[in-house]
Design a protein around this ligand. Structure first.
Ligand SMILES: Cc1cc2nc3c(=O)[nH]c(=O)nc-3n(C[C@H](O)[C@H](O)[C@H](O)COP(=O)(O)OP(=O)(O)OC[C@H]3O[C@@H](n4cnc5c(N)ncnc54)[C@H](O)[C@@H]3O)c2cc1C
Length: 352
């Protein structure tokens, strides 16, 4: 008998298990892969920032600005900070103008300065209204995995790998092997799998939207090696250092999502099907804004399901989801839209 069972060993499942164990609970963490942090927590853009990415959601921007120093301090050994990040506001098709972006940054009190002329020259002046230089870091997901493994061990969380939960039952879970484990609290931290587990458990589903995302891992020209670039705010691209592979990731608002769906058995097959890469589309479009990209070398593509709340579609917000089930007492589904939302968890736990 445990005080709590956490299903899913991604960043959120591990962090939640840690918080509970540090509070004195006996916790079991169950992960179906053979290691922790193998899914969205590994396959993402690795970005932590002061809120710059969310000019259409002041609340998400503000929460990011507040959580940024906490995350970079708690995980300082997992952070790559040896680069500068440049946010360029597109002259056309952007949801914000440069002036609106400056006002937004002032409102959330995030530091912003115009990029030096030498950097401004990297961009196409016909398509880019303004370029800003900001402080931003990238996390190394493999180092995060190692840090969490060690913290879980110290906190005496019982971690089981290759342990798939087939369903949640009253006061416990049933593993795919048929074994039953008991706990009054079960946390469903399976991200893109939240509804699959809820449905197998006879619990009510949560409205979620999924995308099959392609992140292109690339080698950039020497002058961009210690830089990140984001063109905003609309159908543009981002180039971020990707520390776990010592390269950069290239993503594009239009081309990274290959398809989108809501939960249904039929859609799972669609998402899993192999697809041709859209690297060339991303590269050609990015080159229009940033001619300095020059010869970009495509090393590989990373494919992952990205899950967001339907409300995020409107304003690009990334709130945390913390949803107790009305059908199965003790079951709570948790999904953090981004890693630094982890600091919103303690308040949610207190409200339980
Ligand atoms: C393309 C992309 C880019 C992103 N960029 C950023 C970014 O730059 N910065 C940022 O902060 N966030 C970013 N995010 C969001 C971030 O990755 C997620 O918010 C975070 O990783 C979610 O963590 P998690 O632990 O909930 O999910 P996951 O890491 O996916 O963990 C869920 C775990 O549950 C396990 N599981 C599933 N079903 C079962 C079962 N039945 N039994 C046992 N285990 C199960 C899975 O194997 C998996 O390990 C991005 C996401 C994507 C997809």
């Amino acid at each position: 008998m445990y005080d709590a069972i956490v299903v899913g060993g991604g960043f959120f499942g591990c962090s939640l298990a840690l918080m509970l164990a540090r509070g004195g609970a006996r916790v079991r963490l169950l992960e179906r892969s053979s290691d922790l942090l193998t899914r969205a927590s590994l396959n993402n853009q690795a970005r932590v920032h002061h809120g710059y990415h969310y000019p259409r959601s002041v609340l998400t921007g503000l929460r990011s600005r507040v959580n940024y120093p906490r995350f970079t301090e708690d995980f300082s050994a997992c952070i790559e900070s040896g680069f500068r990040h440049y946010y360029a506001v597109a002259a056309r098709q952007s949801h914000v103008t440069a002036r609106q972006f400056e006002t937004f940054c002032r409102r959330i009190e995030s530091p912003l300065q115009r990029a030096p002329v030498a950097v401004r020259r990297w961009f196409n002046p016909a398509l880019v209204e303004q370029v800003y230089e900001v402080e931003e870091v990238a996390f190394d997901a493999l180092k995060l995995r190692a840090a969490l493994q060690s913290r879980l061990q110290t906190a005496k969380v019982e971690v089981s790998l290759s342990a798939e939960v087939s369903r949640v039952v009253t006061a416990g879970v049933e593993l795919a092997t048929g074994e039953l484990l008991l706990a009054p609290r079960v946390f469903n931290c399976t991200y893109s799998g939240l509804n699959q587990l809820l449905s197998r458990s006879g619990a009510e589903p949560i409205a979620l939207r999924h995308e099959l995302a392609e992140l292109c891992i690339v080698e950039v020209p020497p002058e961009l090696k210690s830089a990140g670039v984001t063109v905003m705010c609309g159908p543009f691209f981002s180039l971020m250092p990707f520390p776990s592979l010592q390269a950069h990731s290239l993503s594009h608002v239009r081309y990274t999502p290959h398809c989108a769906w809501e939960d249904s058995a039929a859609a799972t097959g669609v998402a899993a099907a192999p697809r041709p890469s859209r690297f060339e589309h991303m590269r050609m479009d990015a080159l229009r804004y940033l001619p300095a990209l020059g010869q970009l070398r495509h090393l590989q593509s990373i494919w992952e399901t990205k899950t967001v709340l339907p409300s995020s579609e409107q304003n690009d917000s990334r709130p945390i989801l913390f949803r107790p089930s009305a059908v199965l007492p003790g079951l709570v589904s948790v999904m953090g839209g981004k890693l630094d939302n982890v600091y919103d968890l303690p308040a949610e736990l207190e409200r339980l």
